[in-house]
Ligand binder design. Structure first.
Ligand code: PAF
Length: 278
């Protein structure tokens, strides 16, 4: 697997793929790869397709008080994992290559998708995500791009952007990969101390209980309240536990797909997770 760090080298590699008449699939990541990312690569691997993974810790999607400085960076291990998963190309630009001096453009997705949930809790976060993903789509020119369902709101935002801007990229969501006890895999899980990790299982458990209760016709506010209490009882500081329309992230309506989303802090670590509600 070749690693490229400049746009010129990326374009040369992509020209080779096009000469082979291959389709290009993109797996955008920020590195610190785990089995959840490998599921994205596995989903992207189709006959006649070349898989491009990107690793770029995008400063524009971190707030001033967030973990940009300590976000895990381990490109050598990541590259070995991608090569073993038969990824064809790693695009690992520097910050200067992605945002050269004078960079002055941003992508904002509206429509109620970015001012709720994580968008309300993390000002500017989804502008940063949309801007870098738009750039990655323009740089790589994929037919398909793969994103984890763990970041459900991000998936909705990217889908909207790809449609609205006629990007011609099919955005594919891949189910969340979980630890044996149910905790969703996340690059940020390594921040958890042993006791915090043990208590973090309250997140998938609280969501599963609320999703079941609501799916069985139980009182929505009661179930959300119980989930918040269960998280707080385990030592989380809760940002939100909400039931929303799965596509618009607006008010959940009967007869349309619904999604239960949560974000909460365990010590210095912010975890998110979500489940469908039947
Ligand atoms: O999900 C992530 O890792 C990032 O938000 C993404 C999509 C790679 C954009 O930086």
């Amino acid at each position: 697997m070749l690693t490229v760090r400049t746009l010129g080298a990326l374009r040369a590699a992509l020209a080779g793929f096009r000469a082979d008449r291959a389709r290009v699939a993109l797996v955008p990541t920020m590195g610190a790869l785990h089995a959840g990312h490998m599921a994205l690569v596995a989903a992207a691997r189709e006959p006649g397709t070349r898989v491009v993974a990107s690793i770029f810790v995008n400063p524009r999607q971190f707030g001033p008080d967030e973990d940009l400085g300590r976000y895990p960076r381990r490109e050598a291990e990541d590259a070995a994992m991608l090569a073993a998963a038969e990824c064809d190309l790693l695009w690992a630009p520097t910050v200067e290559a992605m945002y050269p001096a004078g960079f002055a453009t941003g992508v904002t997705v509206g429509g109620g998708l970015t001012d709720v949930l994580d968008g309300a809790a993390r000002a500017g976060h989804f502008d940063g995500v949309a801007t870098v993903v738009a750039k990655l789509f323009a740089q790589v020119g994929p037919t398909h791009a793969y994103f984890g369902e763990k970041d459900w709101q991000q998936l909705a935002v990217v889908r909207r952007m790809a449609v609205d801007l006629d990007m011609g990229v099919e955005v594919v969501g891949v189910p969340t990969v979980r630890e044996a006890d149910g905790l969703a895999l996340s690059s940020r899980n390594i921040y958890l101390g042993a006791d915090e990790r043990r208590r973090a299982v309250a997140m998938p458990r609280a969501l599963a209980a609320a999703a079941l209760a609501i799916g069985n016709g139980g009182d929505v506010e009661g179930a959300l309240g119980e989930a918040r209490d269960a998280l707080a009882g385990a030592g989380f500081v809760v940002d939100y536990v909400e039931l929303v329309d799965a596509a618009t992230l607006g008010q959940a309506e009967p007869g349309r797909p619904r999604r239960l989303l949560a974000a909460a802090r365990m010590g210095g670590t912010r975890l998110i997770d979500n489940l469908p509600v039947k």
